[in-house]
Design a protein around this ligand. Sequence first.
Ligand SMILES: NC(=O)c1ccc[n+]([C@@H]2O[C@H](COP(=O)([O-])OP(=O)(O)OC[C@H]3O[C@@H](n4cnc5c(N)ncnc54)[C@H](O)[C@@H]3O)[C@@H](O)[C@H]2O)c1
Length: 341
Amino acid sequence: MEKVRFVLVGAGRAGMVHGRNLTGYIPEAELVAIVDIDESRARQSAEEAGVKKYSTSLDDILKKEDVDAVCIGSLTFTHREIIEKAARAGKHVFSEKPLAQTPEEAKKIKEIVDQTGIKFQIGFMRRYDPAIRKAYQMVQDGIIGDLVVIKSTGRGPGLPPAWIWDRSKSGGMLAEVSAHDIDSVLWFTGKKPERIYMEAKNFKSPQASEKFPDFYDHYIVTIPFQDGPLGSIDGGCPVGYAYDGRMEILGTKGMIRIGTTEGNGPVLMTLDKKAICDTHDAWRNRFKEGYLEEMKSFIRCIQKDEKPEPSVIDGFRAVQVVEYAHRSIKQQKPINFDGEW
Ligand SMILES: NC(=O)c1ccc[n+]([C@@H]2O[C@H](COP(=O)([O-])OP(=O)(O)OC[C@H]3O[C@@H](n4cnc5c(N)ncnc54)[C@H](O)[C@@H]3O)[C@@H](O)[C@H]2O)c1
């Protein structure tokens, strides 16, 4: 297959990161069409990306156009239906995270992917970030010995849009903001959680609590792993100061730190002994290489008939962790993990 022909479904913030990569930076890909339920967004995005076809209906594009793969950047609660449609039509699927808003929906997706045998990749782009990949290899090579503690911090500068406040649509702030942190911790440990414990509070967003009383904007999740290390995830937004994504991996023979809050620009040292620099402003800039590399890898897997990573199981597992963490808030205690893995 010379070029992998894509249709992009959902041309918003995340979708257009992929749209721009597919049209501008990946010669092995062709973006044939853009679908969005908002017609003006579909049209404007198609114009911006130089894509000839746009529609409000995926069915329409699947009927009329010859495509190999569907890239999904629509809202979380729409993923299952779109994945099902694409998979039943024999199209490979790249889907944004979280896989789904509930473990039930995530399980259905896993079954559809297994039944149809399509290639499926979930958008955990941090696995393609050069520093995170290098650290992962160091851990695999035993450079820091046995793992002791893995910490992942994910904080966003602004409050996400209102649909995310509704757990039935998004899986909640933990799923939306920290699905990547959950996946990173699971990936590095390669183990099953023993227990999951979450504490959460709403510090800055009373307007969200008015509509959704179970809303929280900051949280800490603790996960001891079976025969493995201790995992810790903290996250939240709006923090204002930066897009802050960092990891720390402690082993018996050393420690690895990944990421900084400071951006890549210059640091100004002043005579009053201050260091001044820009911070990372947004996820799409901090993980720019990750977004590009994850898509290139998906395309290579289609062309070479290999299994894409991270897989539908990785997406499913992250959704399971969110579900147990939310149970833990409700019951105000750690919950033993006895879920499907
Ligand atoms: N990987 C990442 O770092 C990352 C970052 C942001 C968002 N996301 C994920 O991407 C998804 C979209 O989030 P966003 O912030 O880009 O949202 P967004 O609101 O910016 O964009 C979503 C787009 O999907 C369209 N849409 C909604 N339902 C649709 C449907 N049924 N069919 C076609 N189009 C539909 C909307 O009109 C909108 O244009 C979410 O699942 C989110 O969690 C991932």
